[in-house]
Write a protein that binds this ligand. Structure first.
Ligand code: CA
Length: 222
């Protein structure tokens, strides 16, 4: 079941939305205050946040801007002002869609569907491990927002370890999956590539992403 947070200070609108969204089998939480809405959005995992623009204590644009610095949750902005400026503003700060009040509930539901479909597609090709983000379609690997250049073998090695996170992957499995059967299992080729990969992923606090399991293989613990 998807979780939706509504930040809206007009109870007649939020109550109506809650009823309609619950009927569509979404879990709904309502916050009426801007700051409280932002706190709630940062604290818990929401699949979607519906944000009013004019709110007590913090406006919707500011909430969206701060939220998007830390989270990927999609945002649909609501506003009474059907002005082009508001729309441009909302989309520039990272809102996923924008709808002007008054709106037909069918239109909002349709837009929510679109956001969820886009999100599901995105989740299928974006893989995360701690601060490492991998785009499986472009094979781009990023850490702390910086691209890490990996060779094909290093990339495959990383993907196998991440796909099997919290499980030990043996040297034999890695050899077989990445280099095929031709290699003798006593070659230390996997160890060499693990060393390359570790060097490329290393950071200042020396966090070890890939751990060695003595005489067995490797593990990435989440
Ligand atoms: Ca309002």
């Amino acid at each position: 079941m998807k979780n939706i947070l509504i930040v809206e200070d007009e109870p007649n609108i939020s109550d109506f939305l809650k009823g309609e969204l619950e009927y569509e089998r979404y879990n709904v939480c309502i916050k009426e205050d801007g700051r409280e809405g932002l706190e709630e959005a940062l604290k818990n995992e929401y699949d979607l946040i519906i944000l009013d623009v004019i709110l007590p204590s913090m406006n919707g644009f500011e909430i969206c801007r701060r939220l998007k610095r830390e989270k990927q949750s999609p945002v649909i902005m609501l506003s009474a002002k059907d002005s082009v400026m508001d729309k441009v503003n909302g989309l520039q700060i990272g809102a996923d869609d924008y709808i002007a009040k008054p709106f037909a509930i069918e239109e909002l539901l349709a837009r929510i569907e679109v956001v969820f479909r886009r999100q599901d597609k995105f989740n299928n090709y974006i893989v995360r491990f701690k601060d490492i983000i991998i785009n499986k379609s472009s094979r781009v690997v990023e850490k702390d927002g910086n691209e890490i250049n990996l060779t094909n073998k290093e990339y495959e090695l990383l993907m196998i370890l991440i796909d099997n996170k919290d499980k030990v992957v043996t040297r034999e499995e890695l050899l077989e999956k990445i280099w095929g059967y031709g290699y003798e299992s006593e070659t230390n080729v996997t160890d060499v590539y693990i060393r390359y990969l570790r060097a490329k992923l290393s950071n200042e606090n020396k966090e070890e992403y890939i751990q060695t399991v003595r005489s067995v293989g490797y593990i990435m613990r989440s």
